[in-house]
Design a protein around this ligand. Structure first.
Ligand code: ACO
Length: 335
């Protein structure tokens, strides 16, 4: 960092990358473990299969691969990266996995840290990193969303285990003094409704010495009230996107793509209907990956960039939502 550059007014999107583990867990295979069926899962969620990180894979390794491929698309020298923000709820080091990704990338001039906001994490990280760029402190940033939910779901709970998968995505953003391709954003949290979805610490009471007690660390599996999370998503997501459109004077006609957190196809369809987006404009890949938490939005962006669905200068309305409860929206122009 060379000091503050007050001429930097916006960000541009320079590259994307993603990584998914090789192991595929189909609905049929899950049916061998819990009392469910391919038909039930597909009709209630749209999911057909998900990827599961193997013993050699974790958030650092998936995040690194996604980041490296975004850097290659951007054609950046790793030494020019100033900032790496990793959105994750499942780091393989609770002190933070972002510095380990920085080390693997050899991005020696970057500062790297984790940010946790569950399935809204990538969006919150994108907005956070953008503030450093628009504020003039940094020029180039990598924003990563990566999660390994398979380590934290209860594989005996058919109401939740069918939803999640592992994966990572990343994007490369750069400060510019000409335009701002992060056109606008909104962020919200409501801790009052936090109990609908948790990955809580498991408190095991122990004592260090006589009369000094402590709770040993660890986590319980994901606990979810699926119906309440569903109702929250289909109510709040259209509202926050509508509010954003109003703020920046946009409507769905001016937007090329609706890219929502990939939780459930029924949520995507319902939000799309409420916002009057035609089906062709709603990006979806959850049938192949399930809900990869902070990974879904950049994973979807990367797939759509690489198969030429999202093109240079396309306008994308995106929204993340999930535990916290947390939710947010951003309007971006790719390029
Ligand atoms: N297979 C077969 N039957 C099932 C399964 C399953 N996998 N899961 C539940 N059922 C049964 C239930 O036991 C229930 O049976 P009952 O009526 O005899 O009790 C019946 O199906 C209906 O259950 P519901 O929970 O009402 O099913 P619903 O239609 O709500 O679908 C689902 C459940 C898919 C979980 C839905 O509520 C949902 O997608 N919610 C949103 C969850 C979500 O997106 N969470 C992640 C948020 S992002 C983040 O931050 C991590």
């Amino acid at each position: 960092m060379e000091g503050i550059n007050f001429n930097q007014i916006g960000v541009s999107f320079k590259g994307s990358g993603s990584y998914v583990p090789k192991q595929i867990l189909t609905n049929h295979k899950i049916s061998d473990k819990v009392d469910t069926s391919d038909e039930w899962i597909k009709s209630r969620t749209g999911i057909s299969q998900r990827r599961i990180a193997g013993l050699e894979e974790n958030v650092t390794q998936m995040g690194y691969k996604a980041a490296m491929s975004a850097i290659q698309m951007a054609k950046w020298d790793v030494e020019t990266i100033d900032l790496i923000v990793l959105a994750t709820s499942t780091p393989n080091d609770l002190f933070g996995s972002a510095p380990a990704i920085q080390a693997k990338l050899c991005a020696n001039n970057a500062v790297a840290f984790d940010l946790t906001a569950a399935c809204s994490g990538f969006l919150f990280a994108l907005i956070t990193a953008s503030q450093f760029l628009k504020g003039g402190s940094y020029k180039r940033a990598i924003v990563i969303g990566a999660d390994q939910m398979s380590s934290y779901v209860d594989w005996n709970d058919r109401r939740s285990c069918i939803l999640f998968g592992d994966g990572a995505g990343a994007i490369a953003i750069e400060a510019t003094n000409e335009f701002d391709n992060l056109i606008g954003f909104n962020m919200r949290t409501d801790g009052q409704r936090g109990s609908f979805l948790n990955l809580p610490s498991k408190n095991k009471k122990d004592s260090i010495i006589d009369k000094i007690e402590y709770s040993s660390g660890g986590f319980s599996p994901v606990q979810m009230n699926g119906q309440e999370v569903y109702k929250f998503a289909v109510r709040e997501v259209p509202l926050i996107i509508k509010d954003l459109f109003k703020k920046v004077n946009y409507n769905s006609d001016k937007v090329d793509w609706l890219l929502l957190h990939q939780a459930n196809q029924r949520i995507l369809d319902s939000v799309g209907d409420k916002l009057k987006f035609s089906k062709e404009k709603i990006l979806s890949n959850l049938q192949n990956y399930g809900n990869t938490s902070a990974g879904t939005i950049p994973l979807m962006i990367d797939e759509a960039i690489r198969n030429n669905t999202i093109k240079q200068n396309d306008i994308i309305a995106t929204s993340g939502f999930g535990a916290g409860l947390s939710w947010g929206a951003a309007l971006i122009q790719w390029g």
